[in-house]
Write a protein that binds this ligand. Structure first.
Ligand SMILES: [Zn+2]
Ligand SMILES: [Zn+2]
Length: 729
């Protein structure tokens, strides 16, 4: 092995071979390393591997027998292709610094942060964290090369799993442990800790928790009787600590929260204590949530459940949600505050975005879904630089629940709900919503309970809601179902065993979120990805109505009549039982199953709508209409044959390429049917693919343009008419 002091990296890199070991996983010992140094004291190992084998290398490094571990991304940076005018051969396209998860901090003996007794007893989700942070210095960087994107440069700064003093700090070779009494407790990596805690929080029997914990520990420490008995003590102790742990760090809620904030700096991104001038704001995001944010929302969407517990909790809860790999809503941050002013929202939103960008400077979302028109849009646009979409899940839910609660006859409930839907649809059909609304109020004047509710709660703000719905692109039924799924789960967990006085305490809510709720989401994802807990995985997969709808076969759906006014969905469990869905094909379809009657968007409605979407002459959903309008709008501009047209063409081409990754253009036989509407068609969920397919069909067919020409004119007319209408209101 040679040490290169004189040669510069850019020259060295051209001489190094790209190594591609044959094994499925490989690690540092499988590679030939070149020493590279700027001085005698700064010598690193470098090697080149194919970029698409980076994951195999990292996995290989994790399963090091002497020091099994995980590597997390400590820092990351990205650059766009073509962004550099001049570059050297070692310039990166993507840079990631990976650090052994037993470091970099050292909370252990002799470490910089010594765990005090109070810290350790007051465990919660940070429970045994001090034990996992061992100050390990093992770290490496991976650069995807700018000039050769298919090649990655690995720079190993420290290959040994040692702390600053040079001692092996974790794994079977290190028999040390830390903290009061902890010398005898084998410490464990944060993944096993999190797993054990999650299982305890979920209330699994202790012997099951212990067994899983042991399996985990044995992977790291090997099996010997002493280790096993200590591990079992650990689980018992952790169980006891969790049982006894209390949200109440102080009798005074405000003081208690201040203490929580002081102790949980890493799980928090913004804190503003309430004062005469400022309202209370607490932004919570654990490190795990931070990593999921980058993983799932980069180049994708964020959504919010904006006003959970607005009447029951001391301060309402605003949850930011990402859509995970199954498109389920995953909470990636929680904000507890009553303030929705532009100034306050900007403060916490900026803090959150800054936090994510310190880990991945290129993190970017492409859209943000809101659920309430009263929310300030400007902070979202300024901070995330993305369009805002609107989901109707909240309005649908609250209308449905009140219709069911306030009207006793199911026929009346169906009809009123359908008419409410008509108000929303009126925006898209160029109708005057006031007429639809007045008809509703007149026809159901005898339903006094409902009419009173509607006139007092909705009439004052209906215009604001409708204009938001008209001006923002609408989000899909799948996302509505996912956000609602989160909302329902949260409701269950928060209100299940809450006493009235605990709802009045912020520290209680923080405790609940960061322990039980955080753990359950962690475990869901872990179960899904590791396959360890099949039942949890199953429950997790079917936790949204959309996924449950996919389990219903098409032939279980029958239509009562030719006009598709009523659909019947045969129950899969009991063939004699059918659920009736009235007003199918609409977001305001009404199902009579018990899940739906609670106000939830049920699988039957989704399934019936899926079936109808495939039928030729059925009207498109609201979000599809919004999408259609967007495309038509886009197509009308620019007006002349100028450079602007070239620029627009370039933008549109880019956009088309991006969309094409998600969407496949239907080919051959179906194309005629499709183009009479639009050139693009969303594929059914089952057939959906995320791999871009090269287009062999032109995206905009001439026939679609000529057909849409008339459409377009009508559309403009409609829009002008609506503008006038709004002015006259
Ligand atoms: Zn390490
Ligand atoms: Zn149903």
């Amino acid at each position: 092995m040679m040490v290169e002091y004189l040669m510069e990296m850019k020259d060295l890199i051209n001489e190094m071979p790209v190594q591609d070991p044959p094994n499925e996983l490989f690690c540092a010992v499988d590679l030939m390393w070149t020493k590279f140094g700027t001085s005698v004291h700064h010598v690193h190992d470098v090697a080149l591997i194919p970029y698409d084998r980076v994951e195999s290398f990292i996995s290989g490094e994790c399963s090091n027998a002497e020091c099994p571990t995980r590597f997390h991304i400590e820092r990351g940076r990205k650059r766009k292709r073509g962004s550099l005018k001049e570059y050297k051969s070692d310039e990166y396209l993507q840079y990631r610094l990976y650090w052994c998860s037993f470091g970099p901090e050292n909370y252990g003996e002799g470490g910089t942060i010594l765990p005090s007794r109070r810290y350790r007893l007051n465990t919660r989700n940070r429970a045994a964290r001090p034990q996992s942070m061992r100050g390990c210095t093992c770290h490496f960087a991976i650069k995807r090369l700018y000039v050769r994107p298919s090649v990655a440069l690995v720079i190993y700064y420290e290959r040994r799993h040692v702390n600053k003093s040079g001692f092996v700090c974790h794994g079977p070779l290190d028999k040390d442990a830390i903290g009061p009494q902890a010398k005898r407790i084998p410490y464990i990596c944060s993944e096993i800790q999190q797993q054990t805690m999650s299982l305890i929080y979920l209330g699994l029997p202790e012997e099951n928790v212990l067994q899983t914990h042991m399996e985990g520990v044995q992977r790291y420490c090997g099996s010997d009787a002493r280790v096993s008995s200590l591990a079992s003590q650990y689980v018992q102790k952790l169980g006891m600590i969790i049982k006894r742990s209390t949200h109440e760090l102080d009798l005074d809620d405000q003081a208690s929260i201040r203490m929580w904030v002081e102790k949980n700096k890493k799980s928090m991104f913004f804190y503003q204590d309430s004062s005469d001038t400022d309202p209370f704001i607490l932004g919570i995001q654990t490190e795990w949530q931070l990593h999921q944010t980058i993983r799932f929302s980069h180049h994708s969407l964020l959504a919010c459940d904006s006003s959970f517990g607005i009447r029951k909790l001391k301060y309402p809860l605003y949850t930011l949600l990402a859509f995970d790999s199954r498109q389920h809503a995953l909470p990636i941050a929680w904000v507890i505050t009553r303030s929705i002013t532009k100034q306050d929202v900007s403060k916490w939103m900026k803090a959150l975005a800054d936090r994510v960008r310190t880990v991945d400077s290129c993190w970017r979302i492409i859209g943000f879904i809101i659920d309430d028109p009263a929310l300030e849009l400007q902070p979202i646009r300024d901070i995330f630089s993305c369009p805002v979409l609107f989901s109707i899940w909240r309005i649908r839910r609250s209308w449905f629940r009140n219709v069911v609660r306030k009207c006793s006859n199911i026929e009346v409930q169906r009809e009123i709900f359908k008419r409410l839907g008509k108000i929303i649809y009126s925006i898209w059909q160029g109708m005057d919503y006031m007429i639809v609304l007045e008809e509703l109020l007149q026809d159901f004047v005898d339903q006094t309970g409902f009419i009173m509710y509607f006139t007092s709660c909705w009439l004052p703000k209906i215009e604001m809601w409708l204009s938001t719905l008209e001006n923002l692109p609408l989000a899909s039924q799948e996302s509505a179902g996912a956000i609602e799924g989160y909302h329902i789960k949260l409701k269950l967990r928060i209100y299940e065993d809450a006493q009235l006085d605990s709802l009045e305490r912020v520290d209680w809510l923080v405790h609940k979120l960061t322990t039980e709720i955080h753990s359950s989401y962690w475990l869901d994802l872990y179960a899904d990805e590791s396959g360890t807990y099949p039942t949890i995985k199953e429950d997790y997969i079917s936790s949204t109505s959309w996924h449950r709808a996919l389990q219903i076969p098409d032939d279980a759906v029958k239509f009562h009549d030719k006009d598709h006014n009523i659909a019947l969905v045969e129950s899969q469990k009991d063939r004699n039982q059918t659920n009736i869905v009235s007003n199918p094909g609409s977001e305001f379809a009404f199902c009579d199953c018990s899940w739906s009657m609670k106000g939830n968007l049920c699988k039957h409605v989704i399934k019936v709508n899926m079936v109808l979407e495939d039928k030729e002459d059925s009207p498109p959903s609201l979000s599809y209409r919004a999408f259609e309008r967007l495309l038509l709008d886009l197509w009308r501009k620019p007006m002349d044959d100028s450079i602007e047209l070239d620029q627009s063409m370039a933008w549109a081409t880019q956009m088309k390429e991006k969309i094409q990754r998600l969407v496949e253009i239907t080919t051959s036989n179906d194309i005629a049917a499709v183009t009479s509407k639009l050139p693009l068609q969303w594929l059914g969920r089952k057939g959906r693919t995320f791999v871009g397919k090269p287009s062999n069909t032109p995206a905009l067919l001439p026939c679609s343009i000529s057909k849409n020409n008339t459409h377009k004119k009508n559309f403009t007319k409609k829009k002008n008419r609506k503008r006038k209408m709004l002015r006259n209101l």
